[in-house]
Structure formats: structure tokens, C-alpha cells
Design a protein around this ligand. Sequence first.
Ligand code: HT7
Ligand code: ZN
Length: 840
Amino acid sequence: SQTIYLKDYTPPSHLVDSVELVFKLHPTQTRVISKIAFRPNPDAADPTFYLHGEQLKLIRASIDGQDANAKVTDLGLTAQAPDAPFLWEAEVEISPATNTALEGLYMSNGMYCTQCEAEGFRKITYYPDRPDVMAVFTVKIEGEEPVKLSNGNDLGDGTWHDPHPKPAYLFALVAGDLVNLHDTFTTRSGRKVDLNIYVRDGDLHKTPFGMDALKRSMTWDEEVYGREYDLDLFNIVAVDDFNMGAMENKGLNIFNSAAVLASPDTATDGNFHRIETIIAHEYFHNWTGNRITCRDWFQLCLKEGLTVFRDQQFSGDTRGHAVERISDVLQLRARQFREDNGPLAHPVRPESFVEINNFYTATVYEKGAEVIGMLKTLIGDADYYEGCDLYFTRHDGQACTIEDWLKCFEDVTGRDLAQFKLWYSQAGTPRVKVDESFHDGTYTLTFIQSTPPTPGQDTKDPKVIPIAVGLLNEAGEEIHATKVCEVTDEVHKFRFTGLEAKPVPSINRNFSAPIILERDQSNAERAFLLAHDTDPFNKWEAGRALARDVMVRMVTEDATPDQAYLDALVAVARDDTLEPGFKAMCFSGPSNDDIQQALVDGGVTPDPTRIFLTGQTLNLAISQTMQDLLPRIYAEMQVDGPYSPRSEDADRRFWGNAALAMLSRLDGGAQAAAQYASADNMTQQLAALGCLLRAEVGEAQNAAFYAQWKDDRLVIDKWFSMQVSHAKLAAAPAKAAELTAHPDFTMANPNRFRAVFGALAGNSAGFHEPGGSGYALLADWLIKLDAKNPQIAARMSTAFETWPRYDADRQGMMREALTRIQAAPGLSPDLSEMVNRILA
Ligand code: HT7
Ligand code: ZN
């Protein structure tokens, strides 16, 4: 396998005017007949006619009716083509039923479906499978399946026509025995759009929420970005075996069933939220990704970062900005900071890859979204939306680059964004050290920025960093409204004049930049900001910093739980002006991984076991301090009436279940057992089960849960995952190993594999148990999975990316596990690239 470089990009040799495909479906011998109208590209660097194609049996191929005499390799073919437009005709045979990689055309529970991003279309037929080749597709599907779908408009009899030119990665086909929920949406210019969600028989009752989320997303994109839908039909299909969350194929989005199906009895509030986000994300891709796509896969953040930013805006508008921002940052720190500070660090726009599937990362997606947010903060809302409008009109129908995107904002604002562009090319999380001084009424903040070396990038230039700052006085009143300090130099000072006394600063409000702030801040100041900051994000952040400091001192100095912190939490709980969701966020203490990163930054080697046990001690102390308040909070947060996933109710359950978790540390699980017995929705049932498993008294409920839900795959995924995530220390890998022998465990379904091994990787003290059983087990299973589904095996190998931070014993065992994977015979390029980078 070869390394591909951004700098080597050349335009395609040929362009495509139209594609006609006929699919004669058969589980192991599907025939795909293609007629493709090619013409030489006047901008081509190399005129050689080359088509990608993998795992295809070529039956015939012709150019303008003459045998093409194609030279075929494992990766594609070349043929002599005329220096003028010509018609390529070919027939290939493929085997969807044995396609376990779930890329290209495959079968899931008897249903045919496709996944073509990034390079799956080349497993369907020979084609220039690159995003800068866009074409109009007509598709005919022949088979006995009652429902046959493809992109665009339904011409009847299994024939589909998509009038919008698209790259091959947006092609989709579905055929099976499906039922659908139908609805309509009328766009603001009056286009009536038919909407459908297709599912297996028996799942229809799980579709109304997704449909509602889709309609709300369509309205939002019209109102906020002025973007209308552009076909008369929008179809969504739920598929059980799917590698990621969902896929934005033009007019035919395909979803992992876990990312679209929800009913109150089977899905939690968290599931409903995630579904809403993913539906919105895929829908928003219609403009940011489909109408305007990427020139090449290095530009992936052009569509993904922007679309994540848009779905985060939508969620904030829908569910409240404070809690949404806090969850986005929690996720960013847990996944992206971890990546950015380890061996897999790479720029938002990478410069090389072996397997592009390995670059659908937190950096491209989440840091990519942060970069858009910073752009908006720097230029202001009005210019941001004007720049977006210009982008949509200037580049509609094109395959673009980050340069094209940024130029729209340069043209609108007259600003030079050259320094801003470093956010796309420099990897690593910037550290910003803050010094402060106060003299004669002038308060000076000095920011000193640096970014640590990352693989292939030893030194970094200063970036432009928008740091939002507000000032409070001693009484907790805001004396300087939020101002964005544009840090551009390595050392950059900002002055605030006319102040009576030294203020308390609130820095990086709303997390205006994805950085790590380094500042000597007392716990008293943190508690003060937790009580008084008017910026909800920084209010929460102050509590988080306080908790982190308390934990770090408990871990490193054997300190006892800090009373000031416990008092601050009680004050939050008692504060009637705070929303339940916000309170719950303040009580969800730093994760094991968060503490580990704080220790690493402080030069201490983290011990996951010790962190876990310390967390137990602190949680018990918090529960005891809160003891008198808990029954009332719990009672007040009970939601009457039928279940609704709306955020007012979900936030009450969130805070009520936080109280239940604290209660369960004191009452041996009695309240949780009562909640389990009376729960009439999955949020309450699962929260109670979690408390019982944590207290190690949930065996009966665990068995009852399985018996109740054994026929619902998505719920049984939760059952697998809960047992591993709540098992303590070495019991976690033992439980994961035990569950792999359960008759319902299968490697063929990515959700099930993730339920067990994602939960293991997420259980830090379990995965890193000092005997190394977590490492050995995961390595065994990644080797097994790689032979069937390299994409998922490669993604899950990131569990090992933190190896350099641990003690010599753990490092040795993790390296040994990685070396064992590396040496496995027939390892895929996907997993091999990941392991090589992790070990480099
Ligand atoms: N654009 C999609 C990314 C994707 C994907 C989805 C499903 C299966 C395999 C995949 N490879 C890449 C999803 C998105 O970001 O919206
Ligand atoms: Zn996306």
C-alpha cells in the first residue's frame, strides 16, 4: 500500500458526462452493467485513461463498441482511449453476501445496501472513483425485492435518475423487503418534497422522531443558512450492519439503525439527542458536501468540519446553547485533544495518508468544526453568513478546496486569512499561558502561545487565536463585557483600562478557541467563577477545573476531598436560577482520561487504577455531602405524564438520575431498584440498571433486562455495553471476554462489536488493568476482526494511542499488543497504517 500526498494532486484525465448503471441483483453473483460517457479533461496532467476497481470480476469491457483490451490489476485498469468523447461499456460481477467489510455493495439481514464513501464505489464497478469527477447518474435495479431505491427521482420499475451531478462516493442503492413512514415537507419556495424513512417490518413505530428531526432540520437550514432542498424526494433507510453513524448519499441517506430508530421504551434521552444530531448532520450535507463537494480527500474537513459546526449550531438552537457547548467541548477534549496530543496527531487538513478511512477522525470533524467557529468569532456573524452565501453561489456544483472556502471570507471581509489558515495545516493543541498584572487602573493580560511538536512537525508558527475575555469585580458583577482578544503573536498583551481594582478574568469564554489554557489560578478563584461567571460555559469550566485540581491532589498527594469543592457543589445544587441540565453537567466530574491528561501536563505518570479508586472516594464524599438534598432533588426531577424526548424533560431526568447515582452510593441501590421496577422508558430503566451494576447488586435486573429485550438488537447492544463499562478494574476485560462467548455476540455487526470493545476501551481502569488482560484481549479481537472488517478494526485500534503516557510496565504490554497486531499475517493496510503510526 502506498502513501498518497496532498502535494501530488493532479486533475483527472477524463471527465464523465453521464453514467447508466444496471444492477442484476444476486447475493453472490450480482451483475453490474455500466455505460459511461467520458471525455478527455482539457486540464489533465496525464491523459492516460485509468479506472479504479477492486474485488471485481470483469466480464466484458468496450470503448465505443470495440473490445477495450483493458489491462487489469488488483486496484484498477487502463485502456487505450480515443482523444475525444467516447462511450465506455462494461459488465462486472460482485458478491454482496460475502462482503463483510461493509464497503461497496453488501447485504445486511437479507437487504442489499451500499456504502461508497470514501472509496467504496470502486468495489461496485470500474470508475474514476475520486470526488472531483462529478456526473449525472441513471440507475436500473433488477431483482425480486419489493423496494428498490437509488439516488434522485423515482422513474418507476426500479429505475432512478439523479439530475444533480455527483461524485461516485454519494452513489447509493438499497433493495429489500422494507416498509416506510411517509411525510411531506414544503420548502419556502413551494417545492413539495416527499419524505420517507424505510425500515424492516416491525420497526415503523421507531421512525416518527427521526421524521420530525428531519423536518426541523430542513426548516432550520432554510432559516439560518438560506438553504433549500433541491429534489422532490428525500429517503432515509435504516440498516443494521453499518460501519459508522450514517451516510449523506444524494437523496438517499443510509443510516445505521442505531442512529435513526428510537422509541421511548427502547431509546434513551441520549439516543434521541444523538439521532437528532445525525439526521441534521446528514441533511445539512446536502449543501455542505453534496452540492459543493471536496476536490480530493485531503479536503475532507471542508465538508465535515463545516457540517459538524452546522449540526452543533442546530442542536444549540434546539436544546439550549450552554449545555450543548459544554457537551461539544467534553467530546472535543475526550477525543480530539487525546488524538492531538498523541502519536496519531495530524492537521485538520492532513498532508498524506495510506488509507483515507483512517482520517475520518475527531481532528477532521471536531477540530474542523472548531476552526469554523473561530472564523465566525473573528469576522462576526454578518460577515460569516455573507461569506457562506458567497461560497454557495460561487462554488455550487463544484469540487472545492479549503483555499476556495477561505477566499470567500477574504473577499467579503477584505481580511488576509493566511495566518488563520495555519489552523488547517498545523497539528497539535496550542497551549496558551496567561500572565496578568494590574497597575493604576490598567489590567494587562499577556498571552504566550506555543504548540508542542507533533509527528512530522517539530516547530510551529504562532496562530491567530480568538480568546473571548470578560471581567468581573470582587462582588461578582460583570465590569467588562465579553471582548474577543485576537492573539496573533507568540507573546501578545491586551489592556483593560479605567478599572477600580484588580478584576477577576473569565478567559476563553464559550471555549472560543480549542486550546489548553495554562494559568495559575487558585481554587478560591475557581469557586468564585463557578458561583458568579455570567458566561455559562466558563461557569461550568471553573467547576470542572476545581474538580480536576481536587482529584489531582488526591491522586498525587493523598489529599482528602476538598471541602471548598464540596461546598461549591452544594451551592450549585441549591441554586434555583440554574437549569437542571446545567446542574447535572456540573456534577458529572472529570473523566478518568481527563485526569490522566491533567497529570501528564503536570509531568506525572498517570495510574488509571489509582485514579479510578480516588474517583470512588471523591464520589462517595460528594454523595455524603449531598445526602440531605438528594431525596428532594430526586423527587422534584421526576417527570409526570407520557415520555417525551424534549430537552426540558430530558434535562430533568439527567439531573434526577445524577441524584440517583449519588443516592445509590449511600443506600446500596434501594432507590435504583425501585426506579428499575417502575421505569416506563429506557432512560429511567437504563440509568437505574447502571446504578445497580455499579453497586454490584444488579444481577437480577441484568438478567431480567436481557429476558425483556432479547429480541431488540439495539437494546441488547446496550446490555452488552453496560456490563463492560460498569465492571471494575480487571473484571472489565474478564466480562468482555465472557460476553464474546455469548450466543448473541457477533463480529459481523459493528454495533455489537463496539458495544463490547468500545465499552472496554472506554473503561479506563479496566482496559489498563495492571495485568495487561485488557490489552491482550483487544489485540486478539482486533486481529480477528481485521480479516472481516478492516475499517472498524483500524478505528478501534486507537484505544492504544495513549501508550506513551503510562509507566514502563503498561507501555511494554501495550507495545507488545501492538507489535503482535503488526505481525499478524495478512494484516489490512487500514490496521497496519494505524499500528505503524501509533508505534512510530
Ligand atoms: N460522510 C460520512 C462519512 C463516512 C462513512 C459513513 C458510513 C460508513 C462509512 C463511512 N466512511 C465515511 C458520514 C458523515 O460524516 O456524515
Ligand atoms: Zn459528515
